[in-house]
Design a binder for this molecule. Structure first.
Ligand code: COA
Length: 337
């Protein structure tokens, strides 16, 4: 049986570092409020006026991942691109990345599953590999949030949370007799939570998708809206649940996991998860203080950092990815090096 094995990882962020103090000049907020409630100290946003799409950041991360994997772009059979902030309304960013990599004709697909997007993509890659439909897959999570945030006081509850970033992972199907690669996975969705975290416009369901003249309140419908408390409470409930599900599937215990990579939405969510699951602080990887919430990019960025720092990657080591986000969607993947 072929297993999905990670061969290389890469990450990229835009050049503009935005601190909480910078945000307090744009809106009524403080470094204290943001750090206390979210753990975020800084994030990266594209420069004012810079033209940079999710596929551009994804390209930079992909080149780094390809180099580490020892792959050339021509080796890739399939591109899976996770984003909620595609470069353009359509076609998908996977197609744009394909051509930027100098490729043609290989399939490319976008996954629109927000903060769980990378996990949906990794599980899709695993399914392609197990079925024999693809052998070498480039999985990318990339977001440009900053160009779509309401940076006034009206949008402060959402704008302070999000950062731009990309992570890429080269996944290869390897015939192996040992238990390695993706061991088990669980994915979920609950569309009844869609309104709790969403961006409404542009919307195909409207008779006039393109507004002719935008005024005051109309503009707000182009920005993300969030019921923060509801999202928080649901995340804290679902993350432990899906962790138990995936562990059961693999017949493992939480103590068998060497390092956990939760999605980086809020440090307090991850601390609550850690306490609930009775995990020591040293076994949970957090970097939200430096990046903010980069949505589909957060887990591959974290994995790339942890591999670079030799925190994980030794043969036989088991790691867990777990995420919850808009949709609602949530999932978990167990992986062994
Ligand atoms: N700066 C300063 N004050 C802010 C603020 C900001 N950036 N954003 C909101 N406030 C204000 C609110 O207006 C409110 O004021 P009020 O009491 O006068 O009405 C006050 O701070 C408290 O807001 P509240 O929403 O109760 O804060 P909270 O403790 O619930 O924290 C979140 C807000 C967003 C940090 C928290 O709900 C959260 O993290 N939720 C999950 C979000 C998430 O993970 N999203 C991504 C999922 S993938």
């Amino acid at each position: 049986m072929k297993r999905a094995v990670i061969r290389g990882t890469g990450r990229a962020v835009p050049s503009r570092l935005v601190t909480n103090a910078d945000l307090s000049e744009m809106m009524d907020t403080t470094d204290g409020w943001i750090q206390e409630r979210t753990g975020i100290k800084q994030r990266y946003w594209v420069q004012e006026g810079e033209i940079l799409g999710a596929s551009d950041l994804g390209l930079e991360a992909s080149h780094k991942a390809l180099e580490k994997a020892g792959w050339k772009p021509e080796d890739i059979d399939l591109i899976i691109f996770a984003t909620l902030s595609p470069d353009i309304f359509f076609p998908g960013s996977g197609c744009l990345l394909q051509t930027k990599l100098g490729l043609s004709s290989i399939p490319a697909l976008d996954i629109r599953q927000q903060c769980t997007g990378f996990l949906y993509s990794l599980v899709t890659a695993d399914a392609y590999i197990r079925s024999g439909l693809a052998g070498k897959i480039l999985v990318v999570g990339a977001e440009i949030h900053s160009t779509g945030l309401d940076k006034t006081t009206r949008g402060r509850d959402v704008a302070v949370l999000f950062g731009d970033g990309a992570g890429a992972v080269c996944v290869e199907g390897v015939e192996t007799g040992t238990d390695m690669g993706v061991l088990a996975s669980v994915l979920h969705a609950d569309g009844s939570g869609a309104g709790a975290l969403m961006t409404e416009l542009p919307a195909s369901r409207l008779p006039n998708r393109i507004p002719l003249d935008l005024k005051g309140e109309e503009v707000a419908r182009y920005y993300p809206v969030m019921n923060g408390k509801s999202v928080f409470k649901t995340a804290v409930r679902k993350l432990p649940q899906v962790t138990r599900e995936v562990l059961e599937k693999a017949a493992l215990d939480i103590q068998d996991v060497d390092m956990i990579f939760p999605h980086q939405a809020n440090l307090r969510i991850n601390q609550a998860y850690q306490q609930y699951m009775k995990i020591d602080e040293g076994r949970i990887f957090n970097n939200i203080d430096r990046y903010g919430n980069t949505t589909a990019a957060s887990i591959p960025i974290a994995l790339d950092e942890a591999l670079e720092q030799n925190i994980v990657g030794r043969n036989g080591e088991t790691i867990l990815f777990v995420a919850f986000g808009a949709g609602y969607t949530w999932g978990a993947v167990l992986y062994r090096f």
